[in-house]
Write a protein that binds this ligand. Structure first.
Ligand code: URA
Length: 238
């Protein structure tokens, strides 16, 4: 791939902006050092490049995990709170990164983001039925009968189609961990409401076999490792 195309693909600006950056001597590539010809062909495999002293490795697609804080919206055009995309560097946002299924503005925890449409589809399509595990802090204590109802399936107030938890366990009197495979709007809150209780706080803690990393503070993000992508049932192509 040509150097100007490579920089553009990584979100560093328009083709012309990237060409100018290169011509000005702001870009060096691996052992070759500064390259001023934007048409130089670059071998993509593990290409490392430095722009203004900051090193980047070529990544065909973006796969990242964010610990979503409360009071952020998962939309590129937020209405009330800042967007989760404001927590990411501009070059990633420019690549067209999307949230893999939205969380409500007051829901916290595991949010995956990617610019790979197939990855987003594989994890969020109802047909794929990938389990999403939530930790629910309920207003009232959660008796066994409510857990049983959630596992048997509850009818939501405004939707005749029953919703089911694939697993549901009590962590303490008012805290429950439940997994669902659907992504219907406010699903967990509406399911808990259907049992006569109420969600006070909601945090997503896992998607498929991948748990929210405990090292990520709210608002922090990082790239997913290839073994983590595998836990999500995904093998990233180079
Ligand atoms: N269910 C909800 O009610 N809210 C979320 O943010 C996610 C699942």
């Amino acid at each position: 791939m040509r150097l100007d195309q490579l920089l553009q693909s990584q979100g560093f600006g328009s083709r012309n902006e990237c060409r100018r950056m290169i011509e000005c001597g702001r870009v060096s590539v691996g052992d070759a050092g500064i390259i001023r010809d934007p048409d130089t062909e670059i071998v993509l495999e593990r290409a490392r490049f430095v722009i203004d002293g900051v090193e980047f490795i070529y990544q065909r697609h973006v796969y990242i995990v964010l610990n979503k804080p409360a009071d952020f919206e998962c939309s590129h055009r937020p209405e009330r709170y800042p967007s989760v995309f404001s927590l990411l560097p501009p070059d990633l946002v420019r690549r067209g990164v999307q949230a893999v299924g939205r969380l409500d503005s007051d829901t916290t925890g595991l949010l995956l983001l990617s610019d790979d449409g197939q990855f987003i589809h594989a994890l969020s399509s109802p047909k794929k039925a990938v389990p999403k595990c939530y930790e629910v802090i309920a207003r009232h204590s959660v008796p066994d009968t409510q857990l049983e109802q959630l596992e048997a399936g509850v009818v939501l107030r405004d939707d005749p189609q029953p919703a089911k938890a694939i697993s549901c366990e009590r962590v303490s009197e008012t805290i429950v961990r439940m997994s669902v495979t659907e992504g219907r709007y406010h699903l967990v809150k509406r399911m808990i409401a259907a049992t006569g209780n109420r969600v006070e706080q909601l945090r997503r803690v896992a998607i498929g076999g991948f748990q929210l990393p405990s090292s990520l503070a709210p608002g922090e993000w990082r790239w997913l490792e290839s073994d983590e992508l595998q836990l999500l049932g995904w093998k990233a192509s180079e």
